[in-house]
Design a protein around this ligand. Structure first.
Ligand code: CA
Ligand code: ZN
Length: 300
């Protein structure tokens, strides 16, 4: 059986106090209907940006309580499917994104999505490559709005989080309180203008529970790589911490010394920037799974 939550069950902040919209057992799948990051307020080129209600930004469908999840555990969330609607929207403007200081007013663009393509204009169509911008659990202590990423996940805007990816989210409060939203039909690393091709749709997630894994920040894994995701106000610090946490993960699970791990990461790993436009910036440190396998690495 696959559980379902409609877009009406959504949050704008990840909060330890939130009441669950649904409770599921570990190992189950849940299908979430999600609005785009503007709560579907921009549908036509004529829709006026000035009338957008900015309190309704980054809705995430949930929260889902996972029975038995406790602090120190990890939710192993497999992205089984991402279905996107037939048009996406982009937005930028004054003080938004990397070029915001060069812009005046607000600018938006509707991008039709059809036959697996996202049409930017009559010259450029990108292959659709749907991803999840916001996925996370409730933090410990203070609530965190859905626009901000941190060690609870949230607005990580990480292009690796797409179909077949596995996201490992550390649990901070009982039940985890998982929610997701902010789908992108396509997005480039960095999210330069402050938005991807924002789109509504549905995501199906399988949620397993790994007891006592004690991760300090989210990880994402796909067929090729394992990545540590870390967010910080300062991008240098985000990069450094993502690498340090990767080294700690490897050091605890293999015979490799710190020097060997440093060289291995330098030879075959990769540091990438997920986004530089949210309140905290997000970097990730990736290493190919085949390399880890050579040293008998197993996450749990
Ligand atoms: Ca986002
Ligand atoms: Zn987004």
């Amino acid at each position: 059986m696959i559980h379902f939550l409609s877009k009406d069950d959504h949050i704008f902040k990840f909060s330890p106090e939130a009441s669950p919209a649904l409770t599921i057992n570990p190992g189950s799948s849940v299908r979430l209907e999600v609005m785009d990051c503007f709560s579907n307020q921009i549908q036509k080129p004529e829709d006026r940006m000035e009338e957008v209600d900015w309190d309704k930004i980054n809705p995430a469908t949930g929260p889902v309580y996972i029975s038995g999840a406790e602090k120190g555990d990890v939710l192993k969330v497999t992205v089984e499917e991402i279905k996107i609607s037939d048009q996406a929207v982009m937005l930028t403007g004054k003080d938004l994104g990397v070029l915001g200081h060069k812009l005046e007013g607000l600018h938006s663009k509707i991008l039709p999505v059809r036959d697996g393509k996202v049409f930017f204009d009559d010259r450029t169509a990108f292959n659709a490559d749907p991803m999840i911008g916001v996925i996370g659990v409730a933090p410990e202590g203070q609530e965190i709005n859905c626009g901000t990423p941190d060690v609870h996940g949230g607005n990580m805007d990480t292009t690796l989080i797409k179909e077949k990816a596995v996201v490992y989210l550390p649990v901070w409060v009982e039940g985890g309180l998982l929610a997701a939203g902010d789908l992108h039909a396509v997005m480039g690393d960095g999210e330069i203008c402050v938005s991807g091709a924002e789109v509504s749709g549905e995501v199906q997630l399988n949620v397993a529970l790994v007891k006592d894994l004690n991760l300090s920040t989210p990880l994402v894994e796909n067929e090729q790589v394992l990545a540590v995701i870390y967010s910080h106000e300062d991008l240098d610090e985000a990069v450094t911490r993502s690498v340090e946490i990767m080294e700690e993960l490897i050091g605890k699970r293999t015979e490799l010394s710190t020097a060997e791990t440093a060289m291995l990461l330098s030879a075959g790993g990769r540091v990438s920037i997920s986004q530089v436009v949210d309140p905290l910036k997000t970097a990730r440190c990736e290493i190919p799974r085949w390399v880890l396998n050579n040293y008998g690495f197993s996450l749990y």
